[in-house]
Ligand binder design. Sequence first.
Ligand SMILES: Cc1cc2nc3c(=O)[nH]c(=O)nc-3n(C[C@H](O)[C@H](O)[C@H](O)COP(=O)(O)O)c2cc1C
Length: 197
Amino acid sequence: MKPPLSDDALDLLFRKARTHHTWLPQPVSDEELRALYDLVKWGPTSANTCPARFVFLRTPEAKQRLKPALSPGNVDKTMAAPVTAIIATDFKFYEKMGKLFPHNAAMGERFAGNPQMAEITAFRNGTLEGGYFILAARAVGLDCGAMSGFDNAKVDAEFFPGGSIKSNFLCNLGHGDPSKLMERHPRLDFDEACQLL
Ligand SMILES: Cc1cc2nc3c(=O)[nH]c(=O)nc-3n(C[C@H](O)[C@H](O)[C@H](O)COP(=O)(O)O)c2cc1C
């Protein structure tokens, strides 16, 4: 069976893609960030809710606003990365359902009237979109360094004072220095992670 993507593409997306902590002095353009989002947005979400929101920090001033929220081990690599993305979730995503789910406008009201369902839907699908984000970044030729080591409340107070959008995780973007990578950690084998029933 021939894979629909070439071996090179599978290496780029998965097998040879690594989490980077050291960055080459090669910039990332706004056009690349737009190309990245133009792939992310096609990833599926339940009822097409699209709850993820992305803030790209590209300037030293923007990075300084993030710095106090970072765990000590994440400061230097984040300050050095060409771009740091805040992958966030809009817990009032249902306000956009008129555009996103036009054939069933009542869907938005269903979420608005059921906060528990709205919250789990937002977190599940926003996190899925975060995964699409990493793969899309790799697909447009960027390297990633995802991070959950930060103070979410501090980031939310600084960047999302409205209260309905909350940070999920951060992702440094750029061109990683492959010479600085440690050996890759193993993954679970099929039989450890999967069941065939
Ligand atoms: C959601 C998420 C959060 C992470 N948080 C951190 C972090 O705070 N600091 C860090 O150094 N690495 C962090 N990592 C990196 C992981 O440890 C790394 O992706 C994993 O060990 C696999 O490494 P590899 O992609 O090189 O195989 C995070 C990764 C993900 C996906």
